[in-house]
Design a protein around this ligand. Structure first.
Ligand code: SAH
Length: 364
């Protein structure tokens, strides 16, 4: 029989406080429980020695304490680690730890598969299976943290794994609340980044609820090309997306929007693309993260020649756009951007919108 008890980590601290009060316990016990679970990584109520034996017994009986178990861990030559994590129903998600000199970034998934079917992304080819619960998002932090040596901590969390965070907003917001809460993980808001392919109506609600960084997966500067790379663009085209971003409150040069731009050979890597990108971003506090396309089996897309990528970056930089070229991390273990596909099966990639003499702008 499957265990139908609720998961403790589905509750925000306020919800846990309210639950305890309802059961006749002191609400501030929630802070003690959070310190054990989120600060110390203890998931067995029997070990929570500052709680009464009676409360410990009820906590053990009423709740499930773990939502994901590590199934496999792969380690890249560059130190990146990717884990396959199994949920109680057998679904698999992937999370990636990226150690750098001064920080360690964890990339978390928000859905099993993804409904957006971006044509260059391995996760998109899986189709959508289901949303992750809050506990399943949080357990990626719990399980991945255990892989780190004592002297290393996760310093940054990016919602850039499998799935579209803004199509699972309630669970993403509860998870963000636990990440930021001083009595739980206590991450500074600027160390948490939520990335979206452009689910326009959910962008303002995200930022109203949580002061996190926003990343937008742009990848193209015309609707013709973006319609093919990010099919969601047909519902929320570029102009609407950019207008929505311009209307966001509380933006400033110290709080830019991050734009992800996957450079794809002969698709979006021309100097004209760079110049159109400059125009799109004009007046918007922004930072562009250009990422050379990470190839994966079944995809027709390739990264540009290094000189072409350099030229693209130089076009942006010379016009005052802040831009960095991201090195692919963990690509040898398929842990790099767009390579997460825990259950890759047949692919359903579309024909790339290559530029040609008849179609100089690319697109189909
Ligand atoms: N759905 C959200 C969260 C995923 S973030 C979003 O789209 O923003 C994952 C990032 O990797 C996105 O910017 C995505 O476009 C990018 N990506 C997908 N496939 C890629 C590939 N093959 N090479 C490089 N980047 C890729």
């Amino acid at each position: 029989m499957s265990d139908t008890r609720p998961q403790l980590k589905d509750l925000t601290l306020d919800a846990l406080r309210a639950h305890l009060a309802k059961c006749g316990d002191a609400p501030w016990r929630a802070d003690q429980i959070a310190a054990w679970v989120y600060t110390r990584g203890v998931e067995d109520p029997a070990a929570m020695t500052d709680l009464s034996a009676d409360l410990r017994a009820r906590l053990a009986a009423d709740w499930r304490w773990r939502a994901l178990e590590v199934e496999a861990v792969e380690r890249s030559a560059d130190g990146t680690r990717k884990a396959r994590l199994a949920a109680a129903d057998g679904e698999i998600v992937e999370a990636v730890l990226i150690p750098e000199a001064r920080r360690t970034t964890l990339c978390v998934s928000t859905q099993v598969g993804c409904p957006l079917a971006c044509s260059f992304c391995a996760t998109g080819a899986l189709g959508f299976r289901r949303n992750l619960s809050t506990a399943e998002i949080i357990d990626q932090v719990m399980r991945m943290r255990e892989l780190l040596p004592e002297d290393r901590q996760i310093t940054n969390v990016v919602f850039m794994g499998m799935g579209e965070p803004l199509l699972n907003l309630p669970h993403v917001l509860s998870a963000v609340e636990l990440l930021l809460h001083p009595k739980a993980f206590a991450f500074a808001p600027r160390r948490v980044t939520v990335s979206t392919a452009g689910v326009v109506p959910k962008i303002a609600p995200l930022l109203e609820a949580a002061p996190v960084n926003l990343a937008v997966s742009l990848h193209a500067t015309t609707d013709a090309v973006r319609d093919v790379l990010v099919p969601l663009n047909r519902r929320f085209p570029l102009e609407l997306l950019m207008e929505t971003l311009r209307g966001l409150p509380r933006l400033g040069p110290r709080r830019p929007i991050f734009f992800e731009y996957t450079l794809i050979r002969n698709v979006n890597d021309a100097p004209e693309d760079a110049r159109r990108l400059v125009r799109l971003l004009r007046g918007l506090p922004s930072k562009v993260n250009a990422i050379p396309m990470n190839p994966h089996p079944g995809s027709p897309y390739r990264p540009p020649e290094p000189a072409v990528a350099e030229r693209f970056l130089a076009e942006l930089a010379s016009r005052g756009v802040r831009v960095t070229l991201r090195r692919p991390r963990g690509s040898d273990i398929a842990a790099a951007c767009g390579q997460l596909a825990a259950r890759a099966s047949g692919s359903r990639f579309v024909k790339p919108p290559l530029r040609s003499a008849e179609n100089p702008a690319g697109g189909v």
